[in-house]
Design a protein around this ligand. Structure first.
Ligand SMILES: [Zn+2]
Length: 243
């Protein structure tokens, strides 16, 4: 079977300078891969599961920055993370077969992370966006985090808030209280729990406590060991490789 892989030689990758933006900042020695010996195993996930819907607000002006941040509406993830997502969809098929995933954000280039950070820095929304100048940055920059929701009959289901909402109502840590107070309906909460169940039990992802849509593929320490932050463009050509 022919499967489309994105294979990029290390020599072709421009590694961004992630040092703090200060003239006094010391130069950071970045690891160098031997040209031609390493590949970045980012893949376009829809080539593995054609039912998945891709609806990336960052490829439009409909996002908190009001700017088009991505050149294409596309979801790239690490190959191993894509396998986890496939297992999560399988779990969904077995337990709640009327739903499929709708992908909202996947791999995010470092330079986009910087633009997002600048937009929220010093505002109450600061905690929603990872500072790219810290050691870890955002797990999206590694291609190891995914933002997603559920779709039924081709349409996004009601999760109580839109994707990327800065409202408290979007935070899993408060949702039992919001349910009791009637601000989340039983249907909205059930949708969140179905998504979480598939991602955590089926795919082995972990949740974060302030965004219902965000899932990390594995603990941060493992991600840092296994992968590196990337700044490759989302519209990179994909070469065909048989599998
Ligand atoms: Zn996210």
């Amino acid at each position: 079977m022919m499967i489309r892989f994105l294979l990029i030689t290390a020599s072709a990758i421009a590694v961004p300078n992630v040092a703090p933006a200060s003239d006094q900042a010391p130069q950071i020695d970045r690891p160098r891969a031997k040209p031609g010996t390493a590949t970045i195993d980012l893949v376009d996930v829809t080539t593995f599961e054609s039912r998945w819907l891709v609806d990336i607000d960052y490829a439009t002006e409909r996002n908190f920055t009001g700017k088009v941040l991505y050149p294409v509406n596309r979801c790239l993830l690490r190959r191993a993370v894509t396998d986890q997502l496939l297992r999560a969809q399988k779990y969904l098929d077995e337990h709640h077969s009327e739903y499929v995933f709708m992908l909202k954000d996947c791999y995010r280039p470092m330079h986009v992370q910087q633009i997002m950070w600048e937009a929220v820095k010093g505002t109450p929304q600061q905690s929603y966006v990872a500072n790219p100048n810290t050691r870890t940055g955002s797990i999206h920059n590694y291609g190891a985090a995914v933002d997603l929701t559920l779709a039924r009959g081709g349409k996004e289901v009601d999760m109580g808030t839109p994707y990327d909402s800065f409202e408290k109502l979007a935070q899993p840590r408060h949702e039992q209280r919001f349910r009791k107070e009637g601000q989340l309906t039983l249907e909205q909460l059930t949708h969140r729990l179905i998504l979480r169940d598939a991602m955590v039990k089926g795919g082995g992802f972990s949740i974060i406590n302030n965004e219902w849509w965000h899932f990390d593929a594995m603990p941060t320490s493992q991600i840092r060991k296994k992968f590196e932050k990337l700044d490759v463009s989302l519209d990179l050509p994909i070469s065909k490789t048989s599998n």
